[in-house]
Ligand binder design. Sequence first.
Ligand SMILES: *Cc1c(COP(=O)(O)O)cnc(C)c1O
Length: 391
Amino acid sequence: MVIQALLYLATLKYLLMKKIQMVDLISQYNHIKEDVDQAVLDVIRSSAYINGPEVKSFQKELEEYLNAKHVIPCANGTDALQIAMMALGLKPGDEVITATFTYVATAEVIALLGLKPVLVDVHPDTFQIEPEKIRGAITAKTKAIVPVHLFGQCAPMEEIMEIAKAHGLYVIEDTAQAIGAEYTFGNGKKAKAGTIGDIGATSFFPSKNLGCFGDGGAIFTQSDELAQKLRMIANHGQSVRYYHDEVGVNSRLDSIQAAILRQKLPHLDQYNARRRRAAEFYNTSFAHEPRLKTPALAENSTHVFHQYTLQLEGDRQAMIDHLASKNIPAMIYYPVALHMQKAYRDERYKEGDFPVTEQLVNTVFSLPMHTELNDEQLVYITQSVLEFFNS
Ligand SMILES: *Cc1c(COP(=O)(O)O)cnc(C)c1O
C-alpha cells in the first residue's frame, strides 16, 4: 500500500513537472514579460522600425558590457562573419583556417566569398580549435584564422593571437555561442569573448545565450578604421547616402529586436550563471559514471554553457531513444564534421584526416541546457541518464 502510494505520488509529481525542453524560451520571457512587451509596443508606436534609437542604445550598452570600442549590429550571426571577412579585404583564393568541428556558418561564408576554408582538428576534451594544428595548416596563402568559441567557452586565444602575430594573419572570433564568456591572459588581463581578435562576430538567434525574438547579430572591433569599414559594408557599401564606395550587403538589426535585447542584456550574466549552475549539477551527477565524459573546462576561460555536451562510451542512439521515452530531449551537435559534409567535400580531405572530430561526431550528445531548468527537472534528467547504464 505504502509503496503503491509512493509510486503514485512519484508519477503524479512527474506529470506535474514542467515539460523539459532543450531550450525554454517561453518561461524565460515570462519573467521579463512586462518590460519586453512595453519595449516592443514603444517601438511600434514610435514607427522608428529601422535603425531607430533602440538600435543605437543597444549598441552603446553592448559596447559597455563587452568593453568593446565598437559594436556594429547586423541581421544575423552568419552575416556578421561574412561582413567581417569582407571588411578585412580577403580575396578569392585566400586561405582561412577554422575548425572542422563547428556549426556550418563559419565555413559557409568563407566558401561564399570564394575564399578557401582550411580545416583543422579540435581538442578532444574542450572541443576547441588546436593551436598546434593551426600552425601546421599555415601556408603562404593563409590570411586569417577563425576560432569558434564552441559550446560557450573561449578557444585558446592567447596562443592563437601569438600565431597570428608571428605570421601576419587576421583573427575573426566566432563568438555566436559564447557571448559573456571571459578570457584571462597569462598576465592576468581579462577580455570578453569576441573582443580579443581583430573582429568578433556574434548571433542573437533566439536560442543563443543572448537571444532576440527573431534573427539578429553583431560585429565587434577595437579598431576605428575597421569599424568604419564594417559599418559601411553592412549598409550597402555606403558611408554617405547614395554614394557606394564598395560592394556591400544589406544587414540590419531590427529596432524591435534591439528593444528586446536591451531588456535582456542586463540579465545576461545571471542567465549565464543559471546555465553554469545546471552544468555543475550535471557534472556532479555524472562524476562517477566512467562511460560518460563530462565537458572539460578550457584553460583561461569561463564557460557560459551554450550547450552541455557529453561524450558517451556506448550506444548513443539507444541513449537518445531511452531519454526520448522519458520525454527528455537530447541533441547531437554536430553529427557530421565539416570536411565530411556534401557541400564542403574537398579532394584535400578524406575520412581519417581529423581523428578527434571524427570520434566526437560519433560520441557526443547534448542535454537540455537553458536558464529555466529547475532542480526537479535536473534530478529527473540526471537519474534518467544514469538509469540507461543499469537497464
Ligand atoms: C548560430 C551560429 C552562427 C550563425 O548565427 P545565425 O544568427 O544563425 O546566422 C554562426 N556560428 C556559430 C558557431 C553558431 O552557433
